[in-house]
Design a protein around this ligand. Structure first.
Ligand code: UDP
Ligand code: MG
Length: 323
């Protein structure tokens, strides 16, 4: 690929370079369909003057994903392959893509065809019209009602708690200008909640609504545990509300204590009834223990985050970069 950097939006400019970053974890059933979709999209005469690289990140797949991508690479020089030494997780895979890609504009998308390749044309057009980040916003999801409800609540909670404005229902599917990518590359943090970091860098951001389809084939590779981890890292890396919760809860508990105490005193002096012991004591002790453990847990999350950062281990290890 040539090394040229050009301002987008200039119709007379020579070719621009686009990188499509595709994290892959056991996606053997999707890779060929995905490749066909991408090849069709970029074969479309509507987008002349575009050089593209398809940068697959093989995140420690144990199926034949590697061989399939290697086969594509042998046929098509646009296909490049970064092979990890083990499974490091989706966010690490995307980070590797960001570190190693060369494009003037960089597209992040999933490899299970939940993100439609056709939308890339519209994203590139928006970029050529001056957008520096084009992020896709899910209008409809084709997941179970429970999952949809959870996602819905999560994004709204995150919106309320985060100290930056993370757009609702936007995932990692996006296009970013080289300048944005260069800033992301400089962020050393290990707990990478990319959609948050992407909002954090700023620049001219444009939303693009789309319908998120169901997976083309195979099971979701995000286990519940990984999903929970991602969700928590979104909240704890972008919000200190849980820490402040201690203060609020402390106030609330004090208030309840004062009300309860007044009730006991009045009950004794006016109604002449001595306080009833055991039950109320147990309730108070249990309640307080619960509150304290909750707060301790929240503080623990931040300590774990700090622990992770100070270790300074790399986000991923590349076994081989097949260009
Ligand atoms: N993925 C990955 N490493 C992992 C888990 C997932 O590279 O440890 C990839 C996966 O192959 C897919 C993308 O990340 O291309 C999104 O995963 P998935 O479809 O399971 O997530 P969901 O769409 O359910 O959010
Ligand atoms: Mg998926």
């Amino acid at each position: 690929m040539q090394e040229i950097t050009l301002a987008p939006g200039n119709d007379h400019s020579p070719d621009v370079n686009i990188s499509v970053i595709l994290p892959v974890y056991n996606e053997e059933a999707n890779i060929l369909a995905l490749y066909t979709g991408l090849a069709d999209t970029f074969g479309n005469p509507e987008i002349s003057g575009v050089n593209v690289e398809f940068l697959f990140i093989n995140d420690g797949s144990v199926d034949s994903s590697f061989e399939l991508i290697k086969g594509l690479h042998d046929e098509d020089p646009r296909v490049k392959l970064v092979d990890f030494s083990r499974n490091f997780g989706h966010q690490a895979a995307v980070t590797a893509g960001i570190d190693l890609c060369r494009g003037d504009a960089v597209i992040l998308m999933d490899s299970d065809l939940q993100d439609p390749p056709e939308l890339l044309l519209k994203m590139i057009e928006a970029w050529r019209n001056g957008a520096e980040v084009v992020y896709a916003v899910r209008q409809k999801r084709k997941e179970s009602a429970l999952m949809r409800g959870t996602y819905y609540l999560y994004y709204r909670l995150l919106q309320k708690m985060a100290n930056i404005n993370i757009p609702l229902d936007s995932g990692d599917f996006c296009l970013m200008d080289r300048r944005v990518v260069n800033h992301l590359k400089q962020m050393p943090e290990r707990n990478r909640f990319l959609r948050g970091l992407r909002s954090w860098v700023g620049f001219k951001q444009v939303a693009m609504p789309y319908e998120r389809s169901a997976r083309f084939a195979g099971e979701p590779k995000y286990t519940l545990r990984k999903l929970l981890q991602l969700g928590l890292s979104g909240i704890f890396s972008f919000s200190s509300v849980p820490l402040r919760l201690a203060t609020f809860l402390g106030f609330a508990v004090c208030l309840i204590g004062v009300i309860f105490l007044s009730f006991v005193i009045l009950n004794y002096f006016i109604a002449g009834r001595p306080p009833q012991g055991w039950t109320s004591l147990t309730v108070v002790v249990l309640f307080m223990a619960g509150v304290q453990l909750l707060i301790l847990g929240a503080i623990g999350e931040y300590v774990a985050l700090i622990h992770d950062e100070v270790k300074q281990r790399p986000n991923y290890i590349v076994r081989e970069f097949i260009k």
